[in-house]
Structures are given as C-alpha cells and as structure tokens.
Design a protein around this ligand. Structure first.
Ligand SMILES: [Zn+2]
Length: 279
C-alpha cells in the first residue's frame, strides 16, 4: 500500500504502541501519556466495504485525536486495536467473527492490567461498532479492568450513543462528549450506509468498492424496520440481505473527511478536559 495514503498508514498498527520499542513505551509512561484504545469487530459491511471497517475507522480517528491532544499539551499513546468483538446483529453473515461477551471482558481486563504493569494510569476507549451488546460489553470490560488494575479507565462516546444503550452518562467509567457530529438522513443509515462508507472512502479509498456503489439501493428504513433489524441474526439477514442498512450510493469522501475531522476534535476535547480536570 502507498505511503501517501490519507490514513497516514494502511496498517492498523500504524501509529500504535505495536510500532514502538519497549524503551519508547517506558518513556511514554514516564511522560504520563494517556492511553487511547479503539475497540471494533470483524464483521460484514455489505458488498462494498471490508470486514475490518469497524477496526480501521477507530484506528484512523485515534491517530487524529492523538495529534490534537499533542497540540493541547496532552501526551498519548495508542494501544493496538481490539478486534475480536461481539456481533449479535450480523452474526449470521459470512466473514463475521464472534466472541462471547464474557471472553471479551476477560481479555480486556488482562490487557488493561498489562497497561498497569507498564505504569500507565489512564485509559480512554472508543468503539468502532454500533452493536448494543458489544458496547455494553466494552463498558463491563472498562469497569472491571479499572477496578482490578487501579487504572482510571473511561468509555468515550456521544451522549445519544450512551442513551440508546441505556448507559448513564454519570457512570464513573463513562466520558460523554460535549457535542456530537450531526448526521442528517431521510431514512435510518446505521450500517455501511452513507456515513460509514463516506468515512472509509475518505481515509482508506483503496478498500472501498466504489464502482458498485451506484448499484446499491437505499434500504429506506423507518423506525419499525430498524427495531426489527436490531433483533439481530435471522431478522437482520432477512431485513438486509445485502448487509448494509442505509444509502451507500449517496456516499461522498468529502463528507467522510469532514465528519472524521469533526469527530476527532470532539473526542480530543473531551479527553483533554478530563485530563486537565484530574491534574
Ligand atoms: Zn461498521
């Protein structure tokens, strides 16, 4: 892959601790760097996006967040992304990998303890995947990891995101952002539709099958369709046989670039405010 990629690197390890040496990690911990962690899944994303979309997107977001935090005087390192997550909704599609929530929690706890061993004190997690059970599992893992390691750990997200999941914004392991990126669409667009496809197109154009986008019909889902789809498994497969929910044909890489930049600002602002309040 080209080194000129707008992602700043094709590998999901690019810019993360996985590309650092151990003395560099020691120095980062000594410099009181906070740790940023994206947690996605490998799951079907329609006929036009790769299975790793929910891992690629938080990876790209956190690289931008790290740069913005540096400008605000906050040191950070990016943990290699978590990608074996919970896939209730699209679990029946080919290419979707799934682990049980309790396995994900145990793995998160062990990884958070590893950060503690390295003398890191603060962790901020973002999700790359909308599945409700995946995100409730992230919060369980963050909470248990924090309790068992003594690390300050937070799940960062938009207020509407936590509200949908029934998660209290006042939860000590939750960090709601002050604002959120506005997503306007006539019908629901929640999976591999206009927004997700636009963002992938902006950052990883070589991974988007742009030539077939015009052939993908909008799903035109209203609330009852969405609720049926969210029941998952055979319901999701029946409601969206092509895997996407939304309107991929309306995707626009410039929209994706704007949304990504705005999201990075919003997340960096929330993290910087939290770090400064704790200092
Ligand atoms: Zn996705």
């Amino acid at each position: 892959m080209s080194q000129q990629s707008p992602s700043g690197g094709y590998s999901i390890f690019h810019g993360t601790m996985a590309d650092m040496t151990f003395p560099e990690v020691m120095q980062a911990a000594a410099d009181r760097a906070v740790v940023l962690w994206g947690l996605g899944v490998i799951e079907q994303h329609g006929p036009h996006l790769p299975l790793g979309t929910d891992v690629y997107m938080p990876s790209a977001l956190l690289r931008r967040v790290r740069g913005l935090l540096r400008e605000k005087g906050v040191n950070s390192v990016i943990m290699p992304p978590f990608y074996w997550g919970v896939n209730h909704v699209s679990g029946l599609f080919p290419g979707t990998f799934e682990v049980r929530p309790q396995i994900m929690v145990e793995l998160m706890v062990d990884l958070i303890k590893s950060l503690k061993k390295d003398s890191f004190s603060t962790l901020f997690c973002v999700s790359g995947h909308g599945d409700a059970l995946h995100n409730r599992t992230i919060l369980d893992g963050v909470r248990r990891g924090a309790d068992e390691s003594g690390i300050n750990a937070y799940f960062v997200g938009a207020p509407s995101f936590f509200q949908r999941l029934g998660i209290e914004a006042a939860d000590p392991n939750v960090l709601p952002t002050a604002t959120e990126v506005e997503r306007k669409s006539r019908y629901f667009d929640v999976h591999a539709g206009t927004f997700e496809t636009s963002s992938m197109w902006a950052v990883y154009p070589e991974l988007v099958h742009t030539q077939i986008l015009p052939t993908l019909k909008s799903t035109d889902f209203e609330l009852d369709d969405l609720m049926e789809w969210r029941k998952g498994r055979e319901h999701a497969k029946r409601k969206t046989p092509l895997g996407y929910l939304g309107d991929p044909a309306s995707s626009d890489p410039e929209l994706g670039a704007r949304m990504m930049a705005e999201q990075a600002e919003i997340v960096a602002d929330a993290i910087a405010a939290k770090v400064k309040a704790a200092a």
